[in-house]
Design a protein around this ligand. Structure first.
Ligand SMILES: NC(=O)c1ccc[n+]([C@@H]2O[C@H](COP(=O)([O-])OP(=O)(O)OC[C@H]3O[C@@H](n4cnc5c(N)ncnc54)[C@H](OP(=O)(O)O)[C@@H]3O)[C@@H](O)[C@H]2O)c1
Length: 337
C-alpha cells in the first residue's frame, strides 16, 4: 500500500464562506470505462491515503456505491463527515421546479449523507443525452442557453442552500457571456465553478474572470483525460503529457508529466480533481501537491504551452439548428439564442 499523507499537510483554499477546501481532490467519473465497483473502491483507498475532497455527480452512476464507502469510513472511524468536502451535481434532466430538490434527495440517499458540501448545476441548460451515447447522438428536445431558464434552476439551487442541504451552490461549464447574463441576478453567488483546465486548455480569460468574482475554479480533466469516453475524442486533440514544455519540467523534477499538470494547476490557483482507480496513480497525484514546487520559469513556460484545445466539446447537447459545438461555448462572445 502507498504511504499515507497527513491531510493537514495538503494545502487548502479558503472560500468566501470561510470554509476551507483541499487544493486537490479525486474525480469519480469512470468515463464509461471503469465500473462503479472500481471507482468506489478507489474512493475508499483514497480516503485511507489522505484525500479529503471527492467530486461526485448523479450522472456518473456510482453514487450509491460511493455512499457505502463513505458510510463505512465514517462508521469505522477512518474519517469524520466534517473532514470531507463532498460535491455532487444536478443532471440536465432535473432542472425544473421541484426537480432539483428531488435530484439532491436521491443523491443524499445514495451518498448516505445529510448534506453535500457543494452542489453544482452540471451544465447550464436542460439538454441531456443517454448514458454511453455516441458522439453524434442528438436529443431533438435540446434548446440553447436561456438566462431566464437558468435562473429558474438557480432559484431552486438557492432553496436547497437555504435548507442547508448544500453548503455551497456552484456552476459548471459556464462561459463569460453566460456569467454576465446571470451573476447579478443570483441572490446566492456560486462559490465554485467546474471548468475544463489542463496545460493545453488554460481558459485564461474565464479563469481570471472567476478569480475576480471570487468564484474558485475547480479544474476537470486536469491531466487531459487520456481515457475519456470515445465521444469526446477528436482528431487533432492535444495530449497534455506529451507537450514539450510539460515533458521538460517532468524531466527536471524526475516525475511523471501527469504530476506536472497537477502541480502547475495548484500553483496557478485552481483545484484539480484527477481521476484514477489505480492506487499508484492516485497516491502520487495527492503527494504531488506537497513540496518540490515548479519554479517561476517553469510556470511561465507551461503558461505559453496553451493550445486552446477543448476536449469535452459537449456536441451531444446541441439543439436543432445549432451550427457546431462552438455554439455551446459562445465563441463569438455572445450567447447563442
Ligand atoms: N463538471 C464537468 O462537466 C466534468 C466533466 C468532466 C470531468 N469532471 C470531473 O473531473 C474528473 C477528472 O476528469 P477526467 O477523469 O476526465 O480526466 P483526468 O483526471 O485528466 O484523467 C484521468 C485519467 O488520467 C490518468 N491518470 C491519473 N493520474 C495519473 C498519473 N499520476 N499518471 C498517469 N496517468 C494518470 C488515469 O489513467 P488510469 O486510469 O490508467 O490511472 C485516468 O484515466 C472526473 O472524474 C469528474 O469527477 C467534471
Amino acid at each position: 500500500m502507498a504511504d499515507k499523507i497527513d491531510p493537514a499537510k495538503v494545502p487548502s483554499v479558503k472560500l468566501p464562506s470561510g470554509t476551507k477546501i483541499p487544493c486537490i481532490g479525486m474525480g469519480t467519473f469512470g468515463s464509461d470505462r471503469y465500473s462503479p465497483d472500481e471507482v468506489s473502491a478507489a474512493v475508499g483507498g483514497a480516503i485511507r491515503l489522505g484525500y479529503r475532497l471527492f467530486d461526485c455527480a448523479s450522472v456518473y452512476g456510482n453514487e450509491d456505491l460511493i455512499g457505502e464507502v463513505f458510510d463505512d469510513a465514517f462508521k469505522s472511524g477512518v474519517v469524520k463527515r466534517e473532514e470531507l468536502f463532498i460535491t455532487s451535481k444536478v443532471w440536465n434532466d432535473m432542472h425544473a421546479r421541484g426537480d432539483v430538490l428531488l435530484a439532491l434527495a436521491k443523491t443524499l440517499r445514495d451518498l448516505k449523507l445529510d448534506y453535500v458540501d457543494a452542489y453544482f448545476v452540471h451544465w447550464p441548460f436542460p439538454n441531456y443525452h443517454a448514458p454511453h451515447c455516441d458522439g453524434d447522438a442528438r436529443n431533438p428536445d435540446s434548446v440553447p442557453f436561456s438566462a431566464d431558464q437558468f435562473m429558474r434552476t438557480w432559484e431552486e439551487m438557492e432553496k436547497i442552500h437555504r435548507l442547508g442541504l448544500a453548503k455551497h451552490i456552484c456552476m459548471s461549464n459556464m462561459t463569460i457571456p453566460k456569467f454576465d447574463a446571470v451573476l447579478s441576478r443570483c441572490k446566492v453567488k456560486p462559490a465554485l465553478i467546474e471548468m475544463e483546465l489542463h496545460p493545453a486548455f488554460q481558459q485564461s480569460e474565464l479563469f481570471d474572470y472567476c478569480v475576480k468574482h471570487n468564484i474558485t475554479p475547480i479544474g476537470y480533466c486536469p491531466i487531459g483525460s487520456p481515457n475519456r469516453p470515445d465521444r469526446d475524442k477528436t482528431p487533432g486533440d492535444v495530449i497534455d503529457t506529451e507537450l514539450p514544455e510539460v515533458a521538460a519540467v517532468a524531466k527536471a523534477h524526475n516525475i511523471h508529466p501527469a504530476l506536472v499538470c497537477l502541480k502547475w494547476q495548484v500553483q496557478r490557483g485552481s483545484i484539480p480533481i484527477p481521476f484514477s482507480v489505480h492506487e499508484k496513480n492516485y497516491a502520487s497525484n495527492l503527494a504531488a501537491v506537497i513540496g518540490d514546487p515548479l519554479t517561476d520559469a517553469e510556470m511561465a513556460s507551461i503558461a505559453k504551452a496553451d493550445k486552446n484545445c477543448r476536449l469535452v466539446k459537449g456536441q451531444v447537447f446541441l439543439w436543432p439548428g445549432a451550427k457546431g459545438w462552438e455554439d455551446l461555448w459562445d465563441l463569438d462572445g455572445t450567447i447563442t439564442k
